[in-house]
Ligand binder design. Structure first.
Ligand SMILES: *Cc1c(COP(=O)(O)O)cnc(C)c1O
Length: 383
């Protein structure tokens, strides 16, 4: 038998078989009626999943590309922009805005912290920045920030909010219109259960007004041209048509399950994963509460190398999880539970981790993690 593979990283994520099958359909021409019909449906479903009436622009790119589109459409050279970081991705957006010659006002927290709305309010007032770059789920740490209150702070200051929701949209609640989020960016390969290759940006009316004043150069990422094309169910350039067909199927599945049920499943998976880690006597790196519904970050026991553990899981057991970074690279590993994941994916990962930890000399009670995970999951689902 070929090696069976289990993909449990916070992106890319596993994809339902129906979505994979849709990828195998004959390639559609992007100016054909067949494609336009699919794209019309996809646009409508994206608005439902984004919880917005605004157009959701579709780019053939990774999530970083769509975030770059926000920077070049909203900002001008030398313009002040508040860029909030509480981990790897927030720091990426600080560097990106600097690379485009913006005057970056950095608000930086230690990894593992959550940004505070009052700090955002103060930083905007002190700097006069009219745009704020925020991260919803900081995938490097597992911290999910309180976007509703952070965006309210932006509103108070009259600033446009740009939210990196790349690992959160479709996993945890994000009420784009109700919370007044101006720009929401995500990618296809995380909670949207689709292979990598597409990225999205929803844009509010207030943000469109800012676009008209912003002067950074833009061409491929030009939102105005993208919107005009999308209103005809087209894109300016050749999109990843097969991936859009696949995405349309994935969005249909998400909406059929229902967003509240999807979010409840993610909470339950987080609980299962944390209960399993605790039962093995492991320390959590991500928050030990239901906010950590996107991924679980776990530290290895003292003396056990996380990189070695991760590679052994991949090469010996076919289980791919994510590693750590910086100061905790030797200790941290991360299990993603976003998208097409159920509790048996979690028990598979926990079972393999238990086996491998024992082999590397850790004292772990056999079977405890799986039992605890199933119990936590069942009690959550029963509620
Ligand atoms: C995955 C991720 C990104 C990067 O997305 P790419 O699609 O790799 O460009 C950015 N931000 C967050 C929070 C992510 O989880």
């Amino acid at each position: 038998m070929p090696r069976k593979r289990y993909l449990l990283t916070p992106g890319p994520t596993p994809v339902p078989p129906e979505v994979l099958a849709a990828l195998g359909e004959p390639v559609l021409h992007h100016r054909s009626p067949d494609f336009k019909a699919v794209f019309a449906e996809t646009r409508a479903r994206l608005r439902q999943v984004f919880r917005t009436e605004n157009e959701v622009l579709v780019f053939s790119a990774s999530g970083t590309g769509a975030f770059e589109s926000a920077v070049v459409n909203l900002l001008s050279p030398g313009e002040k922009v508040l860029a909030v970081s509480h981990g790897n991705f927030g720091t990426r957006w600080q560097k990106m805005a600097a690379a485009f010659g913006c005057d970056v006002v950095e608000l930086t927290y230690a990894w593992g912290e959550a940004p505070r709305p009052d700090d955002v309010r103060r930083a905007l007032a002190a700097s006069g920045a009219l745009v704020a770059l925020l991260v919803h789920s900081e995938t490097s740490t597992g911290v999910v920030s309180d976007v509703e209150r952070l965006v309210a702070a932006c509103d108070d200051a009259g600033a446009i909010s740009v939210v990196d929701a790349i690992s959160s949209l479709g996993a945890v609640p994000l009420e784009t219109d109700a919370w007044g989020v101006d720009v929401v960016v995500t990618g296809s390969q995380k909670a949207l259960m689709t292979p990598p290759g597409l990225a999205f940006a929803s844009v509010s009316e207030r943000a469109w007004a800012k676009v008209e004043q912003a002067t950074l150069p833009r061409f491929y990422w030009d939102w105005t041209r993208a919107r005009a094309n999308q209103e005809r169910n087209e894109t300016p350039f050749t999109p990843a048509t097969s991936t859009i067909v696949a995405l349309n199927t994935a969005l249909e599945q998400i909406l059929a399950e229902g967003l509240p049920a999807v979010f409840a499943r993610h909470v339950a998976l987080g609980r299962a994963c944390r209960a399993g880690a605790r039962a093995m006597g492991l320390e959590l790196y991500s928050p030990d509460d239901d906010s950590a519904a996107v991924l679980t970050g776990i530290l290895t026991p003292e003396g056990i190398d996380a990189v070695e553990l991760r590679l052994a899981l991949r090469d010996r057991h076919g289980v791919t999880i994510a590693g750590g970074h910086g100061d905790v690279v030797d200790r941290l590993f991360r299990i993603g539970h976003i998208g097409y994941v159920d509790v048996f994916d979690i028990t598979t990962a926990l079972g393999a981790i238990e086996l491998q930890l024992a082999e590397m000399g850790a004292s772990v009670e056999r079977g405890a993690a799986v039992a605890a995970a199933l119990e936590a999951y069942a009690s959550t689902v029963a509620v």
